[in-house]
Design a protein around this ligand. Sequence first.
Ligand code: ADP
Ligand code: MG
Length: 236
Amino acid sequence: ASGSNSLSLPENNGDTSSSSYASARSFDDLPISEYTKEGLLASKYVTLTAIQRAALPHAIAGRDVLGAAKTGSGKTLTFLIPVVEKLYRLKWTRRDGLGGLILTPTRELALQIFEELRKIGKYHELSAGLLIGGKDVKEEQEAVSAMNILVATPGRLLQHMDETPGFDASGLQVLVLDEADRILDMGFSSTLDAILDNLPQSRQTLLFSATQTKSVKDLARLSLSNPEYLSVHSDA
Ligand code: ADP
Ligand code: MG
């Protein structure tokens, strides 16, 4: 089917190491670890979706990304792969603590992201946890400090930042804001500000949103540095 496709392709920023991947069509073409490739293959992921094609080369190269693409376009892998790869390249171990943080508006979305991470990350040694509330905060607290990657809803994450002894985000490498417009619509703006205040400045940030409202732009200004803007509209 030939849908209307307007797609911002990655530009060559004079960085030859990433430009050669700008035309990647399959996960196998990407400069990622064999562990991740095996995880993707086991999940039967082969061909990149449009947003993955546009954003993954930039995100894997460590740049901040502001991505817009509708629901169902494959945004989850667009941020999970860069998070896992960043920590893999840094030889992150359990002892290194929190390296990747993924914020999403609802518990259901957090669970889906966590399940996807378990599938594609299963050949890596990284630990991952889910902070979504609904169960005893004490139970979560014991696990929190041992996790390399956390998938969380904003309110619950801030609660742990405030209340959990030993919670340490000072080594964070990558922050993901998934469905940023919905996070803001749900009234989490000041929660996000407080979370951002607790995170190190020198980190990579990947922000995804279905719409570009003023509040999303404000959040982007606050949280991203020199981002690549990638917008994909496709009925494919
Ligand atoms: P979004 O977050 O943009 O709404 P998801 O990341 O949840 O989209 O992906 C939507 C669906 O597409 C999921 O079922 C996911 O497994 C599937 N999917 C994602 N990327 C690919 C791909 N490259 N090839 C095949 N299926 C994919
Ligand atoms: Mg999603």
